[in-house]
Design a binder for this molecule. Structure first.
Ligand code: NDP
Length: 435
């Protein structure tokens, strides 16, 4: 805390991991003497830079850009770029730290990083977004590379922004390589990448349920967010027979008591990805539904809660409400959406809790497969990628079980994910010697 003053999100993320790792390494002197935990909690590099761009009115705007390279012990740095006005060093350090463990859990050779800017894409014109992305890449390009650091999208960064940044990278470097993932499928992207995080989340939930001889069919699911992760999670949950009751955005949440179906998902995708993004107009199209401004969906009774919007969106009180209403499984589609005290409550109450680093790893896993395809200069078929994604999520589930299965048969997925993710990275660091 003294070393990283004011970086609350970073403290939260490190604390969440450290409590499990301490138990695991208690009698393993080798990890202590090599100061592995301390080294992992100090990013290899934090790059911060000025990004100037010109708005449509001819005014020069100044933003701050970042790349936090946390660890490349098991592969090139890898992690998304977030464009949101809340972005700061603490948030990106927490995300890069988490990413290191998540990427390790996938079983693919990827280190951990994260980056982005406090640029707010909302309300900006196409051209303004393009100029910002080009300016951002004009500095970032010198810190990344297909074998060095491979950024991807995150909040506020989708295929359009990746396109502008990839175009600028190519222009500056005169190289056509897999330096970014999440690219369009016609110019180096992988099929299934867009759906991968949301679909992967549901594959993981399926595994959690299967382990308890349960299944998704008929389960009531409450989802937050209405972006890439949330809507693909909702789509897959519906396809697997669940009843999806809510989605939300930064303005509030919508409740559909009969359940969102695939036609309604189409409407939501058109609204959020192509239209004006106004969820509040849903009830005027679909009778019997309601939009609640400035509220979160956690008071709607459900069996499964999937927070898929942003960090710290389930408070201790929200967790109490969810438990009182009978939730039996919570799995994180977003990164760190659950406050630590709420996580403890779920863990103590033996609610099945799928932490982000395991449950939402499907996106980065398919990004890893995009890197492989780029290196091969060959593209794989959709069915093959769907089955690889499913396999990766099943493998992550097995890794969690290995270290998370308790004497009473309950699975502590947080502990399992933290230890399995840590062990692989830590062992690689030991192999490299103390530096
Ligand atoms: P999007 O930008 O596509 O969607 C984010 C959604 O969350 C939007 O509906 C947005 O509302 C809402 N939201 C954002 N900030 C807030 C806030 N402060 N309060 C309430 N709602 C908010 O992002 P993604 O779906 O890609 O990412 C969502 C989460 O999943 C993030 O935590 C991200 O790090 C994580 N993640 C994403 C991956 C991916 O492959 N995309 C991979 C792994 C993790 P509005 O529509 O009003 O902006």
């Amino acid at each position: 805390v003294r070393r990283n003053p004011g970086e609350l999100e970073f403290h939260q993320a490190v604390f969440e991991v450290v409590q499990d790792i301490f138990v695991f390494i208690r009698d393993k002197e080798i990890y202590h003497s090599a100061q592995i935990l301390r080294r992992l909690a100090e990013p290899d590099r934090v790059i911060s830079f000025r990004v100037c761009w010109e708005d449509d009115g001819g005014n020069i705007r100044v933003q701050r850009g970042y790349r936090v390279q946390n660890s490349n012990a098991i592969g090139p740095y890898k992690g998304g770029l977030r464009f949101h006005r809340s972005v700061n060093q603490s948030i990106l350090k927490f995300l890069a730290f988490e990413q290191t463990f998540k990427n390790s859990l996938t079983g693919l050779p990827m280190g951990g990083a994260k980056g982005g800017s406090d640029f707010n894409p909302k309300g900006k014109s196409e051209r303004e977004i393009m100029r910002f992305c080009q300016s951002f890449m004009t500095e970032l390009y010198r810190h990344i590379g297909e074998d060095t650091d491979v950024p991807a999208g995150d909040i506020g960064v989708g295929a359009r922004e990746i396109g502008y940044m990839f175009g600028q990278y190519k222009r500056i470097s005169n190289r056509y390589v897999g330096v970014l993932t999440g690219k369009g499928v016609d110019w180096g992207g992988s099929l299934v990448r867009t759906e991968a995080t949301g679909y992967g989340l549901l594959y993981f939930v399926e595994e959690m349920l299967k382990y308890r001889n349960e299944h998704l069919e008929g389960k009531r699911v409450v989802i937050s967010g209405a972006g890439n992760v949330a809507l693909h999670a909702a789509e897959k949950a519906i396809a697997l027979g669940a009843q999806v009751l809510t989605v939300s955005d930064s303005g509030g949440f919508l409740h559909d008591p009969v359940g969102i179906d695939s036609d309604k998902i189409k409407w939501l995708k058109a609204c959020k990805f192509l239209g004006d993004g106004d969820l509040a107009s849903y009830p005027t199209t679909f009778a019997g539904t309601a939009y609640y401004a400035e509220k979160r969906p956690w008071a709607i009774p459900c069996d499964i809660a999937l927070p898929c919007a942003t960090q710290n969106e389930i408070s201790l009180d929200d967790a109490r409400t969810l438990i009182a209403n009978g939730v039996s499984l919570v799995a994180e589609g977003a990164n760190m959406p659950t406050h630590n005290d709420a996580v403890h409550l779920f863990r103590d109450a033996k609610i099945l809790f799928g932490p982000a680093k395991a449950a939402n790893a499907g996106g980065v896993a398919v990004s890893g497969l995009e890197m492989s395809q780029n290196s091969q200069r060959l593209y794989w078929k959709e069915e093959q990628l769907h089955s690889l994604l499913r396999e990766v999520m099943q493998d992550i589930h097995s890794r969690c079980l290995r270290y998370g299965l308790q004497d009473d048969g309950h699975v502590d997925y947080s502990r399992g994910a933290n230890i399995a993710g840590f062990k692989k990275v830590a062992d690689a660091m030991l192999a490299f010697g103390v530096v």
